[in-house]
Design a binder for this molecule. Structure first.
Ligand code: MG
Length: 166
């Protein structure tokens, strides 16, 4: 029955701790900030959420299954490359991305000036028009791990469409 459905949605979420001495990357864009996100890969929390949303929509599991953080080949990995591999996997099973909506949760820095660059970069990485990408940013209202600047989080939702038979 599901084989006949033309569209599917997928949801992604990720969290990374903020630490000193790491670059801050959000959606493949370098952000000037005194702290960065810690992790096995480059810890781009937004690209990880987008990757999980794509995997979820296509029924391909999650980022930890495809790119285990115990695998040395992913030490310091460029999350854009992992996203690229994920897009290829999604296409292999017959789906293409329609649009992305996402939210970055960060107390600081103010991301409004970075949002256009992040949107543009996501559009390039995902190979969809910029108007099919929406980037939102929220603070943590100074409460919880985001508000205390201990972590950043990201949420993403995607719609995928079955690729028409050739
Ligand atoms: Mg992650």
């Amino acid at each position: 029955m599901s084989e006949s459905l033309a569209y599917r949605v997928g949801l992604g979420h990720d969290t990374h701790r903020l630490v000193a001495g790491r670059p801050l990357l959000l959606g493949g864009v370098r952000i000037e900030h005194p702290t960065g996100l810690d992790g096995h890969s480059d810890a781009d929390v937004l690209l990880h959420a987008v990757t999980d949303a794509l995997l979820g929509a296509a029924g391909l599991g999650d980022i930890g299954e495809l790119f285990p953080d115990t695998d040395p080949q992913y030490q310091g990995a460029d999350s854009a490359r992992l996203l690229d591999e994920t897009l290829a996997r999604v296409r292999q099973v017959g789906w293409q991305l329609v649009n992305l909506d996402c939210t970055i949760h960060a107390q600081r820095p103010k991301l409004s000036t970075y949002k256009p660059a992040i949107k543009q970069r996501l559009s390039e990485l995902l190979q969809i028009p910029a108007d099919a990408v929406n980037v939102k940013a929220k603070t943590g209202e100074r409460v919880g791990p985001v508000g205390r600047e201990e972590a950043m989080c990201a949420d993403a939702v995607v719609l995928i469409q079955r690729i028409a038979d050739q």
